[in-house]
Design a protein. Structure first.
Lengths: 107, 121
């Protein structure tokens, strides 16, 4: 199985800050990576696919990059509604696997 | 608009089975794979498997092979996930998720609201 590791596990930031979350795959997955946002008690929300493509309706302050084994999710200017947990997911091969999550908290 | 509506919370005894449903609407049900993902309280996401609603073909995570069965009823645009021989660590929230295809890879663009299954004696 491909193991996905996110860092940091949690981060505190303020509204307006720029935040970068990283995701590392245990083996190369080309660009077959997605990012999801999850708020407490809710289902995950799809943000980015194929490492860098923004899902329709997702604000442009979100961006993704990377290929191979190393990926990043950047939020350029945090808004109050962005405080949530973020997960990366590889869809290169079965079983699809997720990172352990990064909790973004208000400082 | 696309909607995935799951069945309600369940309480089961260890060793029993549970069947969770996922009613799809707002799109062509047979045109998109349906996946199942689960999440323990306060924990991360775990992929369980998928079903092709058109053919009924399935792929399961090895961890759940022999315990999970995914089916669908195209007449009522509903997918099902049945998990047998339940254990206490199956006490989690189960999600269905529609898979959108892009360049022969899949991403989960719509999710159900989740179904909490509690396994307790």
């Amino acid at each position: 199985d491909i193991h996905m590791t996110q860092s940091p596990s949690s981060v505190s930031a303020s509204v307006g800050d720029r935040v970068i979350i990283t995701c590392r795959a245990s083996q190369g997955i080309s660009s077959w990576l997605a990012w999801y946002q999850q708020k407490p008690g809710k289902a995950p929300k799809f943000l980015i696919y194929a490492a860098s493509n923004l899902q329709s309706g997702v604000p442009s302050r979100f961006s993704g990059s990377g290929s191979g084994t190393d990926f990043t999710l950047t939020i350029s200017s945090l808004q109050p509604e962005d405080f949530a947990t973020y997960y990366c997911q590889q869809t290169n091969s079965f079983p699809y696997t997720f990172g352990q999550g990064t909790k973004l908290e208000i400082k | 608009q696309v909607q995935l509506v799951q069945s309600g919370a369940e309480v089961k005894k260890p060793g029993a089975s549970v069947k969770v449903s996922c009613k799809a609407s707002g799109y062509t049900f047979t045109g998109y794979f349906m996946h199942w993902v689960r999440q323990a309280p306060g924990q991360g996401l775990e992929w369980m498997g998928r079903i092709n609603p058109n053919s009924g073909g399935t792929n399961y995570a090895q961890k759940f092979q022999g315990r999970v069965t995914m089916t669908r009823d195209t007449s009522i645009t509903t997918a099902y996930m049945e998990l047998s021989r339940l254990r206490s660590d199956d006490t989690v929230v189960y999600y269905c998720a529609r898979a959108r295809q892009w360049n022969n890879k899949y991403y989960f663009d719509y999710w159900g609201q989740g179904t909490l299954v509690t396994v307790s004696s």
